[in-house]
Every structure is written in C-alpha cells, then in structure tokens.
Design a protein around this ligand. Structure first.
Ligand code: SAH
Length: 215
C-alpha cells in the first residue's frame, strides 16, 4: 500500500468516528473491507471519501458514514442471519459479513448481483449469498431473519419484511414519500408487535418493484 492510500484510509476511519460511528466491531470491519474494491472506473480514486458514488445500473454505493451508522444501529450479533435488500456494489453486505454468521443480499439488478458475487469471491467472503430478486418480498425461503437492512427507500416498511423478522429481531431502513425527505428508522419486533425509532434524515435511491430490465 502506498503512503498516499494509507493516509487516505486513516482519514476515512477518522471521518467515520467523527460522524458518530463508534462501535469498535463496526470500525474494525470497515477498516478491513476495502471500499476501493467495490468501485470501478473514474470514481475509484474517491473510494475513501465520505461520499456516495455512482455505480452501474444508475445506482449508488452509500456514503461510508451512513453504512457505518446503519450497521451500528442494526447491532448485528455473531450468530445472526441477516438479509440485506439492495446489494448495489456489495460493500454493505461485505461489512455485514464480518459481523454476522450469514448474509443474504438481494438486488433487482442481476448485473449488480453478478458483479458483487465476483468481488465476494475475490475477497474470500464465503458467508454471503447474493441473489437477483425483488427484495420488497424479502426472501421467504430463508426467513425468518435476526436482522434486516434495506438500502433503498420505501414509503413504509414493506409488510413481507416485517413478517420475516424474528421476534427480538431488528430492521433498519430508510422510509419516506419523496426523494428528498427520508428518515432512517429502526424497527424492533417484540412479542406484542413492532417498536419504531427514528434515527436521522437520509437520502437513498427508491425501492422499486419488480426485477431490473435485464431480468
Ligand atoms: N447497499 C448498496 C447500495 C445500494 S443502492 C451498497 O453497499 O453499495 C440501492 C440498491 O437497491 C440498488 O442497487 C437498487 O437496484 C436496489 N433496489 C431497489 N429496489 C429494489 C428491490 N425492490 N429489490 C431489490 N433491490 C432493490
């Protein structure tokens, strides 16, 4: 690693801490998983900036501090089975793979799923399964989940995802009616129902029904 990249990586971790990512396990996972591996082309050199960046299929890799804060809010435990809706670049799933027993990640764009699978294999992240599917229906075959994270915004938490959360389970997702005003919320399933906490304003691409154009 050149000094330049080493310095940028240190600044990357510093930025995470200064934006409130304090969970040691999350910081260690984000130190270990190289965001640069998930960004191709022109924007690769900006991988260590705390910014969302464009990826294929008109989608975005989330801002690192938002990835950190969402992962922290999810409070993943080592035995957990986690579902991510919105694979995108695969970066968030790779972070989760360091904290959970098993990660299932789904995206409506097959191309993104295929590219993410290649990166997971190259990095030897063998506890992630990436599937092309409409994640608004969850993943009934693998349900229920200890944790669910959604990285695209719906108006409300999709009912199938609520149904696929274990009792005691946690789901973190952005919700909101427009592109501009969205809130990150945490839903905890209790014996009697669901508890909702509003965490912070965020901005995500929308959750869209159906598979992408390439099927
Ligand atoms: N977590 C990603 C960023 C996701 S961007 C990362 O770490 O890079 C949001 C993703 O959600 C996009 O790739 C988009 O294709 C996907 N998406 C939108 N609606 C979806 C749906 N109904 N089912 C599955 N994926 C969906």
């Amino acid at each position: 690693m050149s000094d330049d990249i080493a310095t940028r990586k240190m600044q990357f971790l510093f930025a995470l801490r200064s934006k409130g990512v304090t969970d040691q396990r999350v910081l260690e996972a984000m130190e270990k998983i190289d965001r640069g591996a998930f960004i191709k082309g022109l924007f690769a050199e900006r991988a260590y900036e705390d910014m969302p960046l464009p990826i294929a299929c008109g989608q975005t890799i989330s801002q690192p501090s938002v990835v950190g804060l969402m992962t922290q809010a999810l409070n993943v435990q080592p035995r957990d089975k986690v579902l991510e809706v919105g694979t995108g670049s695969g970066y968030q799933a790779a972070i989760l793979s360091q904290l959970a027993r098993r990660v299932y990640t789904v995206d409506r764009h097959k191309r993104l799923v295929l590219e993410a699978r290649e990166i997971f294999a190259a990095l030897d992240l063998s506890n992630i399964t990436a599937i092309a599917a409409d994640g608004s229906f969850g993943l009934p075959d693998q349900a229920p989940f200890d944790r669910i994270i959604v990285t695209a915004a719906a108006e409300d938490p999709p009912p199938p995802l609520l149904a696929q959360l274990k009792i005691g389970g946690i789901m973190v997702l952005p919700v909101g009616q427009s592109d501009h005003v969205q809130s990150l919320i945490r839903v905890t399933r209790t014996e009697d129902g669901f508890e909702y906490d509003e965490l912070r304003p965020v901005r995500f691409v929308p959750l869209i029904e159906g598979l992408g154009p390439e099927g």
